[in-house]
Design a protein. Structure first.
Length: 386
């Protein structure tokens, strides 16, 4: 399930709800000020003003936390924190020691909304202000030890969360850049390979076409030989291009696993995938068949199943027919319709059979499971002999 941290800006409505719930949990520590308002013996006017002050503090705190991650200027955030600290100071000095807990929220907001180079000063600053006010408020000294440590730890832990999120964002951007560069490199490599494959063949076809043209009509037999050579060269060039394109189009299992992780996570599906596929010695046809199977299975999970969890496993097994590599994709979604297999499964079955493998699929008690098995080693051709 996708979630969003307190120091991260929510991008979707679901993330905003999750962040509101996560932030709201920690507001339970405001039970002290609320209890003081209700049972602290204050007059009706003081209760009214204290309630307004507490609501204003919470609203300001939530606004500051929810803006964490935006490109706000540091002076604006510092000004907002100053307002928050002023509210905490006024409420603590006028209403008593139960309100000192507000400084913990000031420290947490400092760590969540400010970069580390500023938070390393504002978090201790909020804690120091807490200590000064606690020593001033009657009975506040008894609360100092219980609040000072949470203020420091909460504030600096939020700086760690903020830095972790920033590093994660930079890592994702770097991965996107690497993928873009890799795609460009593949295009250049394809262009070079096609030039190497077709350059000589096309030059030869052009030369022989010119020769055939000069030989006609005086030497038709020799011209016909040149035309035959042109046909042979063009057919070979077509075979070379098809082989090259087939190699480029062949999917790789490691790349499909990485793509499956991204697709499932983006769809809000909890994904469990193997980290190291262990594909040493696996025939190309077997790897290609498993890669197509994984792509089709993950596409079905994302588009049709409504699953919340998907587990992918790769297992090496020893059978009577020799070693096989087994790919299983299991989800907890709605499963199949129970009718005839669709075009996707039919195509996968044919692709796996061509590679010497088999495909099994069917509903579970809750969800759907697909299993594909392919030979883990090259299968010798039975028809060949010495």
């Amino acid at each position: 399930m996708n979630s969003v941290g307190i120091a991260q800006r929510p991008q979707t409505a679901r993330q905003r709800v999750m962040k509101a719930l996560w932030t709201g949990i920690w507001l339970v520590y405001l039970s002290g000020p609320v209890d003081d308002l209700l049972h602290g013996g204050h007059s009706a006017g003081v209760r009214l003003l204290g309630g307004i002050g507490l609501v204003a503090f919470v609203v300001w705190y939530l606004a500051l936390v929810f803006r964490a991650g935006r490109r706000d200027t540091v002076p604006l955030v510092l000004g907002s924190l100053a307002v928050l600290a002023t509210q905490a100071t006024v409420l603590s000095l006028t209403l008593g020691r139960d309100w000192l807990v507000l400084y913990v929220y000031v420290a947490v907001a400092s760590g969540a909304a400010l970069p580390m180079r500023y938070a390393r000063w504002t978090v201790p600053g909020a804690s120091a202000l807490l200590a000064v006010v606690a020593l001033t408020v009657p009975g506040g000294r008894a609360f100092l030890g219980a609040l000072l440590v949470p203020a420091l730890l909460g504030g600096f832990s939020m700086t760690g969360v903020r830095e972790l999120i920033r590093t994660t964002v930079e890592l994702r951007e770097a991965r996107a850049t690497v993928a873009h560069l890799a795609a460009n490199e593949e295009r250049l490599r394809l262009a070079r390979d096609l030039h190497d494959l077709l350059g000589h063949s096309l030059s030869l076809i052009t030369l022989k076409s010119e020769l055939a043209g000069r030989m006609l009509p005086g030497r038709p037999d020799q011209a016909a030989q040149q035309v035959a050579d042109i046909e042979r060269v063009s057919r070979q060039a077509l075979v070379d291009v098809r082989e090259a394109v087939t190699g480029y189009r062949r999917p790789r299992l490691a790349a499909e696993l990485a793509g499956a992780k991204v697709a499932l996570t983006a769809a809000g599906v909890d994904a469990a995938l193997p980290v190291e596929p262990g594909l040493d010695g696996l025939p190309e046809e077997s790897e290609s068949a498993l890669a197509w199977t994984l792509r089709e299975a993950v596409t079905n999970v994302v588009r049709h199943s409504g699953a919340r969890r998907c587990a992918v496993e790769l297992l090496h097994r020893q059978t009577l027919d020799g070693p096989v590599l087994e790919l299983s994709v299991e989800d907890d979604g709605s499963g199949g319709s129970g009718g005839a297999p669709g075009n996707g499964l039919t195509g996968l079955t044919e692709r796996l059979e061509k590679a010497g493998g088999v495909l099994e699929s069917g509903p579970l008690r809750r969800g759907w499971r697909l299993v594909a098995r392919v030979p883990a080693v090259d299968v010798p051709d039975v028809g060949s002999g010495a």
